[in-house]
Design a protein around this ligand. Structure first.
Ligand SMILES: [Zn+2]
Length: 500
């Protein structure tokens, strides 16, 4: 079993302005980022080793001092806002120039504080909890959150790059945008916005810390869109992933997609979580499956028994799972599963073979979120292993979902992602580039699969080459169908030339 990534220290700042009608400053992360692409968040980032070298007044511990420095530095880098003692007397133009120098790496944050004579003070920050990224994400952080007020005479401004947008917004409006499915929010961001929307008073810290997740307990309920819950469960899946995402969609009535874990303890946790939803008056309607792979269906039998609800899947799935459990009804391509509510969820089943012949994605039409199964995942790569896997079908399926008005991807592994079209295009280009390189290597005279892998997969560690051979076979099968290569007595030969 692969161990999940170890969390790294990070700090994040909830910047507030105008105490009479408080606004928060949130930023949108670029689609191209590995961690939380296209997600709205608060400014922040990872601790730097040099953060420990800067003195901080009124800090409770050396550890807390470092995290305050990290918070101040990240906020300054990302928004230009500097939280320091007597900062209102600082020269604003000088600060703007120093920010540029810091971003270019020409100056350290310590030297900036020395040059301006400013000192940092922990009492200018209100602690707002400490959250650990769940073990299902490719990158994990142990993030200290802080609240602070925008100093007079300063303005927040992002420099487009890793962040694409920065905006002041009332917490109530931010919550409304999330409820409408216009933004993706990670659990701490959602919790903080909700808490701030209920008012900002002297017991704000206590209210922010009132749930165990805000003091470092593992987050299991992840609701990046309203009514689209993600409950990652431990599964025997392909590294680097350690978990499969089980999705629970809807409120009054909900469906459960891929109750995946074969482990009893995880099945119990999932059942308990669903029971807690039922206790609030919500009703489970059915279990839906994206495809038959064991790391997606390991908990179906147990959950079906626990809830006594039907299991639904593609017509091919029953044959593939055999006696493991009974499929009660078939999901038709383009079928709409309507889940009632103030804002109903309309899940359209999209047949997307390629990774598996029975693969289905579920497209939520109101928000544009795609539950993408193993078609597109948030971490690791998708295996196309013939004869079950078919590269031509896989690329067709990617193009098919690429034509939908997509906003977000809720994959079966890793964290959900915004910037859906960027990701779909990236997936297609990545496969086509491999295909071109495979064809070129055949033209150069590499005629067997192990030879081609050696020539093409130079960016992949050798221990992964056996797996890469399966992908190469899938590409060669597609190239054969496309009339670009032929197989003669165990050797591949190019039929049309890419290189002259
Ligand atoms: Zn799979």
């Amino acid at each position: 079993m692969t161990t999940p990534a170890k969390p790294k220290d990070a700090a994040s700042v909830v910047l507030l302005r105008s105490s009479k009608d408080p606004n928060i400053y949130w930023v949108k992360r670029a689609d191209s980022l590995v961690f939380m692409p296209g997600v709205n968040a608060f400014p922040g980032g990872q601790r730097d080793t040099s953060d420990g070298e800067i003195p901080v007044l009124n800090a409770e511990s050396p550890e807390a001092a470092q995290m305050v420095v990290c918070a101040v530095r990240e906020l300054f880098e990302e928004t230009g806002v500097l939280i320091a003692k007597a900062v209102e007397h600082a020269d604003r133009e000088q600060l703007a120039n120093l920010r540029q120098e810091l971003l270019k790496g020409n100056r350290s944050f310590k030297s900036i504080l020395m040059a301006t004579g400013l000192s940092l003070d922990a009492s200018m920050f209100t602690p707002a909890g400490r959250w650990v990224t769940p073990p299902f994400a490719p990158r994990r952080f142990d993030t200290w959150f802080f609240l602070t007020w925008l100093p007079e005479n300063q303005t927040a401004e992002i420099i487009p790059g890793e962040l694409v947008k920065g905006e002041w917004i009332r917490p109530e409006k931010a919550l409304e945008d999330w409820e409408n499915g216009q933004v993706l929010l990670a659990p701490p961001t959602l919790h903080i916005i909700r808490t701030l929307a209920e008012g900002i008073d002297s017991d704000i810290t206590a209210r922010l810390m009132s749930i165990p997740e805000a003091t470092g307990s593992i987050v299991r309920r992840i609701e990046m869109h309203d009514g689209m819950l993600l409950f990652p469960v431990l599964t025997p899946t392909l590294p680097p992933a350690t978990h499969t995402n089980c999705y629970i969609i809807g409120k009054e009535e909900f469906v459960i997609i891929d109750p995946a874990s074969p482990y009893e303890e995880e099945q119990t946790q999932l059942a308990k979580f669903i029971d807690s939803l039922i206790a609030t008056g919500q009703r489970p309607r059915e279990i839906l499956l994206t495809h038959f792979h064991p790391d997606h269906v390991g908990g179906v039998a147990a959950l079906k028994k626990h809830l006594n609800i039907p299991v639904r899947a593609h017509p091919l799935t029953q044959e593939k799972v055999g006696e493991l459990f009974q499929i009660d009804s078939i999901i038709a391509d383009n079928e709409i599963i309507l889940l009632p509510g103030k804002k109903p969820w309309r899940l359209r089943a999209i047949y997307t073979p390629g990774h598996a012949q029975d693969h289905i994605c579920f497209f939520e039409e109101r928000t544009g979120a795609l539950v993408s199964g193993d078609l597109i995942v948030g971490m690791g790569t998708v295996v196309i292993d013939p004869p079950e896997g078919n590269m031509r079908n896989y690329l067709d399926s990617l193009s098919k979902v690429g034509e939908l008005p997509l906003t977000a991807l809720f994959g079966a592994h890793g964290a959900p992602m915004g910037g859906a079209h960027f990701k779909v295009q990236q997936y297609i280009s990545h496969r086509l580039l491999r295909e071109t390189n495979i064809l070129k290597s055949v033209e150069k005279g590499f005629t067997t699969i192990p030879e081609i892998v050696k020539a093409v997969y130079t960016d992949v560690p050798e221990k992964m080459h056996k797996l890469a051979e399966r992908s190469v076979l899938a590409h060669l099968e597609k190239l054969t169908l496309d009339g670009r290569v032929s197989l003669e007595q165990g050797h591949y030969k190019a039929l049309s030339s890419l290189i002259s």
